[in-house]
Design a binder for this molecule. Structure first.
Ligand SMILES: [Cu+2]
Length: 133
C-alpha cells in the first residue's frame, strides 16, 4: 500500500481596508506630456500634435499658453466609451495640468481631438491607442 503525500495549502487572507473614494487607479504605463502652447499670428497648438499611446499610459496636458484650453474629442473608434473624458475641463493657469488616463474607455484605434474655442486656430491633434500584448 503506497502512501499519498499531501501538500498543505495555506491561504492568507489580507483584509482590504481602502477607504471609499480611494478607488482611483494609480497611474501606470508611460507618462506622455503634451504642452498647450501659443504659436505665431494668434495660433495655438497641442505640442506634439501626433500622440501614440498604449492602454495604461497617461497623457498629461500642461498649460503653457496665454489662453485657456480644453481637450474635446471629435472622432473616436466606434467601441470607445469616453464618458467624462469626451470633453475635458478648461486648463486655465500656467503650469496647470490635465491628465487623460488611457484606460478601458479607450478602445484601440484612431482618435481626433481639439480645443473647443481654438480648433480653427490650429489647436487639434490626433491620438492613436494600442495595447500591450
Ligand atoms: Cu484652446
Amino acid at each position: 500500500m503506497s502512501h499519498a503525500l499531501r501538500s498543505v495549502l495555506v491561504l492568507v487572507v489580507i483584509a482590504c481596508t481602502a477607504p471609499a473614494g480611494a478607488a482611483q487607479a494609480a497611474p501606470r504605463g508611460h507618462l506622455i506630456t503634451v504642452r498647450l502652447v501659443d504659436r505665431p499670428n494668434g495660433q495655438f497648438a497641442f505640442d506634439p500634435g501626433t500622440i501614440n499611446a498604449q492602454r495604461g499610459d497617461t497623457v498629461r496636458f500642461v498649460q503653457q499658453s496665454s489662453a485657456p484650453h480644453n481637450v474635446s474629442f471629435r472622432t473616436h473608434p466606434q467601441n470607445a466609451k469616453l464618458g467624462d473624458a469626451a470633453v475635458g475641463p478648461y486648463i486655465l493657469n500656467n503650469g496647470q495640468t490635465y491628465d487623460l488616463v488611457i484606460d478601458a474607455r479607450f478602445a484601440d484605434g484612431a482618435y481626433t481631438f481639439a480645443c473647443d474655442p481654438h480648433e480653427s486656430l490650429g489647436m487639434k491633434a490626433t491620438l492613436t491607442v494600442g495595447s500591450h500584448h
